[in-house]
Design a protein around this ligand. Structure first.
Ligand SMILES: C[S@@+](CC[C@H](N)C(=O)[O-])C[C@H]1O[C@@H](n2cnc3c(N)ncnc32)[C@H](O)[C@@H]1O
Length: 216
């Protein structure tokens, strides 16, 4: 049993219900909810998604889910969701699925998925791939890009939300990530006006990718 201290983050949904997300006081970066996750999950309830109705029955994969909060939001909006992260995060994601089970309108499961190594385990025919604050690690940048490429079909929409950082190697990582992504995808930025009026920020970007048509 995990004996780490848990503290709960409560997040209000537009329908008046509240998500309760367990976070650990001690642990790797994925054990708390990041601001990019909040911006993305609130965007999912905006007019761009018919106030959240768009998610009903959609097949959704979340990569680097950490606490699982973004995917949990998608399942409460009716999606058929798989939330994934490294093996060590599966118990936390599972705990959060259980803590919010009464709000689930769709289906959700938590799975271990290490970028690139576990490409064979990716679900097929996805409508959406979600990813919040994952452009963070030099060593796994290529594996993340490969996993996004392998998970997306021609109709899949990838929503990648990230906080723009100005320190260390982060600006370089971001540049490299988008250079690699643009080789395979058409990339658009979601304007601030289309995002949630409260949960948005100049330094948090939501990018929308779609696979370029196969030239053959
Ligand atoms: C900065 S955290 C963001 C967590 C969550 N998406 C959020 O925004 O609250 C990045 C996440 O990526 C996961 N991650 C890092 N490298 C990974 C890899 N090689 N395969 C799968 N997940 C990975 C981490 O475990 C962590 O949960």
């Amino acid at each position: 049993m995990d004996t780490r201290q848990v503290f709960v983050r409560e997040i209000e949904k537009n329908d008046g219900n509240t998500l309760s997300i367990n976070q650990f006081e001690v642990g790797d970066v994925g054990c708390v909810v990041w601001d990019a996750a909040l911006v993305l999950l609130k965007y999912m309830e905006t007019a761009d998604f018919d106030s959240g109705r768009e998610w009903q029955g959609k097949r959704i994969l979340e990569l680097g889910a950490g606490t699982g909060v973004v995917g949990i939001q998608a399942a409460t909006l009716g999606g058929d969701v798989t939330i994934t992260d490294l093996e060590e995060f599966v118990p936390l994601m599972q705990m959060n699925i259980e803590a919010n089970s009464r709000l689930m309108m769709g289906k959700i499961k938590a799975k271990a998925l290490k970028w690139k190594d576990d490409i064979a385990k990716l679900p097929a025919n996805l409508d959406y791939v979600l990813c919040a604050d994952c452009i963070y690690y030099g060593e796994s940048l290529g594996p993340l890009v490969e996993t996004i490429c392998a998970s997306a079909g021609e109709k899949t929409i990838v929503l990648c939300c990230y906080e723009q950082r100005t320190t260390g190697n982060k600006p370089e990582l971001e540049m490299k990530f988008f250079e690699l992504i643009r080789e395979r995808f058409v990339v658009e930025e979601v304007s601030l006006e289309n995002q949630d009026p409260l949960f948005r920020s100049e330094d948090i970007h939501i990018m929308r990718f779609r696979k370029k048509p196969d030239p053959t």
